[in-house]
Design a protein around this ligand. Structure first.
Ligand code: PMP
Length: 313
């Protein structure tokens, strides 16, 4: 079903939603070469604002570089594309920024190297999910997690976890489907040594029995903007935090509380791990951080006002 009132910024032009299509033989479809980033939009007392847009654009440019796309756009242009798409689409809750090779190609290296940029501002529930023939159930308030037991060919030397590129989501998709088939809500992926890494679209935090907040180190995860925000908020608020040391997968089930973070997830409490119930969901630290995070994203904490960019217009 269509979403006719939306437009998508594509190479500087606002295209109607239904016309923002890609050929079935396009390079980015065939080779998984589409790089993207995904940021949230919030209604604040000062109007709609994008959360940490410059950090998202900077992560996007890192992904572009890791994948080797010959993108000819500056950070300032990409930022403006995001803000323009939000201005043109009132009520949007997210902006998805994408760079892709739209041309039909034969080899892995394209002949036509033009990298198209698209910025789509929309409401995922209203504009996409609710329009499905059978809309999905609303997500649960707390999560039943399954830790993957067998890695699905995830190789940091082939595709770096810091690259937000379509191809990096194929292996997590297989793992998440395996978790869903067993009745779990979400999967957590492990790294080369069997330590905790991240969810398919989230980072993970746990609070150990000593009350220390822990999250897997940078080298094995996507550098989540929410992860970074939670670490900064936790340190500002005086929590004890460890983010440089690996977290064994078994530590999650032994934690006193745990949660996922992400642009869509926010701070999302974990209820159980491989069927083992955690003592509290949300636990007190998860609850406090979740509350702080929504105050900040909602523009109600002047100390973090610099994380929000009002779109104006
Ligand atoms: N890990 C992966 C693999 C992701 O795709 C995401 C979603 N962007 C995250 C973590 C969380 O990142 P963020 O907080 O920036 O949404």
């Amino acid at each position: 079903m269509s979403s006719p009132e939306r437009t998508i910024w594509i190479d500087g032009r606002l295209a109607p939603w239904d016309e923002a299509t890609l050929h079935v033989l396009a390079h980015s479809v065939a080779r998984g070469s589409l790089v993207f980033d995904y940021m949230s939009v919030h209604e604040t007392p000062g109007g709609p604002a994008v959360f940490r847009v410059d950090d998202h654009v900077s992560r996007f440019l890192t992904s572009v570089e890791l994948v080797g796309l010959p993108l000819e756009r500056t950070a300032a242009e990409l930022r403006e594309a995001c803000l323009a798409s939000v201005r043109a689409n009132p009520g949007a809750k997210v902006v998805k920024l994408q760079a892709y090779l739209a041309s039909i190609e034969v080899d892995v290296i394209p002949v036509d190297t033009h990298v198209t940029v698209a910025a789509a501002a929309y409401d995922p529930w209203r504009d996409v999910l609710q329009r499905k023939a059978i809309p999905p159930a609303r997500p649960p308030a707390t999560l039943r997690i399954w830790i993957e037991k067998e890695r699905h060919q995830r190789r940091p030397d082939i595709l770096h976890p810091h690259a937000k590129v379509a191809a990096n989501y194929t292996s997590p998709m297989a793992a998440k489907w395996a978790a869903r088939r067993q009745g779990y809500d979400e999967v957590l992926l492990t790294d080369d040594e069997g330590n905790l890494a991240e969810g398919p679209t989230t980072n993970v935090f746990l609070v150990d029995r000593d009350g220390v907040l822990r999250t897997p180190p940078e080298q094995s995860v996507l550098l989540g903007i929410t992860r970074r925000s939670i670490l900064e908020i936790a340190r500002t608020d005086g929590f004890r935090v460890v983010d440089e040391v690996s977290v064994p997968a078994a530590a999650l089930a032994e934690s006193s509380e745990a949660f996922l973070t992400g642009t869509t997830a926010g701070v999302w409490p974990i209820a159980s791990v491989d069927g083992h119930e955690l003592p509290a969901a949300p636990g007190p630290i998860s609850e406090a951080l979740g509350k702080r995070f929504s105050e900040i994203t909602g523009g109600r904490d002047p100390a973090f006002a610099h994380w929000l960019t009002h779109v104006g217009g």
